[in-house]
Design a protein around this ligand. Structure first.
Ligand code: AMP
Length: 284
């Protein structure tokens, strides 16, 4: 595995692979690599001749009161883990490689970015799509891998790819969980022991909503209420949203259909956690 820090050198490598007919799979991350990221990398390895993993904590997707400064960074450990997985290039740019002082242009993510995550995190998805578009240009991927844990991000990237006719296939990958059901996340490291012990409630609440749907409950509000009530029992936890939406509109449907999503965001102490369930899917 080679580590590339320069955006120009990365693009040169990617264009050389393209000229040689080699397909690139890209896994964009913010580092603090865990088993969720690793599952994306393993899939990328199976489906592409070359795999690039980017590790870049993107300042544009953090709000002014968010955790940019404290976001977990563990580059040497990440490098060792990615090397073991057989990654070809670890792209690890400093901020000025992606956003030099002359940088001006931003992607406008459109109305879907105002909902759900976007309500609590204004500007977040403009930052996400801007860096993803840039990473696509720099690494020239045939396929790019995103986790379903960040389902709104996945849907917005898909929409950008359609809207701009980008020659990239966006591959959504299932959420990898701890044995007790907590979705793996770099931010889980912020949790105190008590909060960590309480955190599986997110998955439990989603699982019971999924079971209620299976047993015939199809009213979105009823399922949302059930989740809020379950989460309301957890000390130190505040629900930001619990909302059912259809993947193709991001609107709450009249009746839940297979493929609709229930997404939640909570603050457990000062840590923001998100998770979701797709109704009618075999797995969470
Ligand atoms: P992050 O480093 O948190 O920006 O995540 C990088 C990529 O990994 C995103 O596409 C995430 O959706 C994905 N990801 C994060 N956590 C998980 C997880 N538990 N399971 C699957 N994918 C994940």
């Amino acid at each position: 595995m080679i580590v590339i820090e320069s955006a120009a050198a990365m693009q040169q490598q990617a264009l050389a692979w393209r000229a040689a007919g080699e397909e690139v799979g890209l896994v964009p991350t913010m580092g603090a690599i865990h088993a969720g990221h690793q599952s994306l990398v393993s899939r990328a390895k199976r489906e592409n001749q070359r795999v690039v993993v980017s590790v870049f904590v993107n300042p544009k997707q953090f709000g002014p009161h968010e955790d940019l400064a404290s976001y977990p960074r563990s580059f040497e450990r990440d490098r060792a883990r990615l090397e073991q997985l057989g990654v070809d290039v670890l792209f690890h740019p400093q901020v000025d490689q992606i956003y030099p002082p002359s940088f001006r242009t931003q992607v406008d993510p459109g109305p879907w970015a105002e909902r759900l995550e976007g309500r609590s995190r204004p500007g977040h998805f403009a930052g996400v799509l801007t860096v993803v578009l840039k990473l696509f240009e720099v690494t020239q991927p045939k396929r790019a891998y995103f986790g379903q844990k960040d389902i709104q991000q996945l849907l917005l990237v898909r929409q950008m790819v359609r809207d701009f006719m980008l020659p990239v296939r966006v591959v959504g990958c299932p959420t990898v969980r701890e044995p007790d059901g907590l979705a793996m996340s770099s931010r889980n490291a912020y949790l105190t022991a008590e909060q960590r012990a309480a955190a599986p409630a997110l998955h439990q609440a989603l699982t019971s909503a999924s079971e209620a749907y299976r047993s015939g409950v199809t009213h979105p509000e009823q399922l949302e209420r059930q989740v809020r009530e379950r989460l309301g029992q957890v000390p130190d936890l505040a629900v930001d949203y619990a909302q059912v939406f259809s993947e193709d509109t991001l609107e709450r449907p009249q009746q839940v259909r297979p493929g609709d999503v229930l997404a939640i965001a909570v603050k457990l102490g000062s840590t923001r956690l998100i998770d979701n369930v797709v109704f009618g899917a075999d797995r969470l």
